[in-house]
Design a protein around this ligand. Structure first.
Ligand code: CA
Length: 479
């Protein structure tokens, strides 16, 4: 046989036919393997399942990052992410405050369906105040889809050991288990805000400014799992820029021109978080994972208005009405990005979407849509984002605080109905009036009736809160 495999000497003697055919076979096999190899090395990296990175900011104002139009607080790293993302102009979370919105995101379901409508108190002996263990979680499903799962940062889904991230689907965890924390090591404060960091169930010392430490930990996770056969999912939940207002001097100096002291510190905290996100994006680049990582970025709720407490409203939700805790747009319409360079073209997406969609979208991106539970409220966004499906992902979206009879909001198309307790419902046309300034309820009674009916129907699938937020008193049910 010649070296090029292309010609075998054809000498048909007894027993040599098989030899000749063997040469042809080897030649064809070599050709096939060469072609296969060429195909494999030229195939785009996204033939593999994407990594999934969910980044959540805490209490970030709608207008407090560059890509949302903020000029006062430069956020070059988040802006870079936005430039390679779809930016959602009608992106929502499922609650206007911390823990319930996380419960929704971690399950893909309205948290009202399982009574998680309040913030759990820091009560490590309480088996009720937390994300019910009967709920299947986002990371549990990603593990079934073959992913390594990690969480870094604020948990706030229950203090009892049964609610620990490692028990709820995350292979690896470093963070704060409560609803917030002091930012500098050794600072004094309430118990929940001063407990040691927790790494996989064990105490770990806080070593630096918390936002920086969480960014470093996220980058370490990304580096550690780069090049493995298994894809990874990382939930990076900053507690920044949630209070307490504490920031490193270098960033405070950067914003010395801001006259309002609270706003200055808050701006420094946002900038520090932006820097941490920059470190994470750099690590993705360095490890050649940027192209095939599906990134979601949101705030867990709108910016708070703490004017009564701190003397200034240091967050900016413009042009939205209201703030954290409220069912006006400022409570739960948030900065919202989805990036997946391998598959999703950057741009603007205007149909309403909600963070409940992250779970089913991630499973579909992993080509494991079959694992999607049937009881989700979130939907797989991929066909909508690609333009394959031009209709709206959701017919109607719902919000509720304080249980049945509390504060409701519902959005259908551009109509938004707000009903605060027993008050008369308010109706707004968000297309014409994003700031919810003109109540059209009296002019459109038929739409009010329809949307009030939609709330009643939705509430049939919800239950009253199973635990109360700490401020509302210890009305805990005990097992
Ligand atoms: Ca929050």
């Amino acid at each position: 046989m010649t070296e090029d495999g292309g010609s075998c000497k054809l000498e048909v003697k007894h027993g040599e036919i098989a030899f000749v055919w063997g040469c042809q076979f080897i030649f064809l096999m070599r050709l096939f393997l060469s072609l296969l190899f060429a195909l494999l090395i030229s195939a785009p990296a996204f033939a593999a399942k994407p990594n999934v990175l969910l980044i959540i900011a805490d209490d970030l104002g709608y207008n407090d990052v560059g890509f949302q139009g903020c000029k006062e607080i430069p956020t070059p790293h988040l802006d870079k992410l936005a430039a390679r993302s779809l930016r959602f102009t009608n992106g929502y979370v499922s609650h206007p405050f911390c823990s319930p919105t996380r419960a929704g995101t971690m399950t893909g379901r309205y948290q009202h369906r399982f009574g998680h409508e309040n913030n759990p108190a820091w009560l490590p002996e309480d088996t009720i105040a937390g994300l019910p263990v009967t709920e299947t979680t986002f990371p549990q499903l990603m593990k079934q889809a073959g992913y390594t799962t990690g969480a870094v940062g604020k948990w706030h889904l229950g203090a009892h050991p049964q609610f620990h991230p490692n028990r709820r689907g995350f292979d690896e965890y470093l963070g704060i288990l409560g609803g917030g924390h002091q930012y500098f090591p050794g600072d004094k404060g309430g118990v929940e805000y001063t407990i040691p960091l927790n790494r996989n169930g064990k105490d770990e010392a806080q070593t630096k400014y918390l936002t920086e430490q969480f960014g470093d930990e996220a980058s370490a996770f990304i580096g550690r799992h780069a090049g493995e056969q298994k894809p990874w999912m990382l939930y990076l939940a900053f507690n920044a820029p949630h209070t307490p207002l504490q920031a490193p001097q270098k960033w405070l100096d950067q914003f010395s021109q801001i006259p309002d002291k609270s706003r200055q510190i808050y701006a420094a905290m946002v900038a520090s978080m932006d820097e941490a996100v920059g470190g994470v994006l750099a690590k993705l680049d360095e490890t050649k994972q940027s192209e095939n990582t599906l990134i979601f970025f949101v705030s867990d709720n709108g910016g708070p208005n703490l004017a009564a407490k701190s003397g200034s409203n240091f967050t900016d939700n413009a042009p939205l009405r209201g703030a954290k805790g409220m069912v006006y747009e400022g409570g739960m319409r948030v900065p919202f990005l989805v990036s997946w360079p391998a598959k999703i073209k950057p741009g603007i997406y205007e149909q309403p979407v909600i963070a409940l969609d992250f779970l089913p979208t991630s499973l579909a991106a992993a080509d494991e849509a079959g694992l999607t539970p049937k009881n989700l409220d979130g939907v797989n966004l991929l066909p909508f984002l690609s333009g394959e499906n031009t209709s709206a992902p959701h017919d109607t979206l719902f919000w509720r605080t304080n249980g049945p009879g509390g504060n409701n909001a519902v959005r259908r198309g551009n109509w938004k109905l707000v009903r605060l307790g027993k008050a008369e419902p308010e109706l707004y046309d968000l297309a014409a009036d994003i700031g919810e300034t003109k109540n059209l309820a009296a002019e459109k009674p038929e739409i009010v009736k329809e949307l009030v009916g939609a709330i009643a129907e939705w509430e049939k699938g919800t239950i009253p809160p199973i635990f109360q937020s700490p401020k509302q008193g210890p009305k805990k049910k005990k097992k």
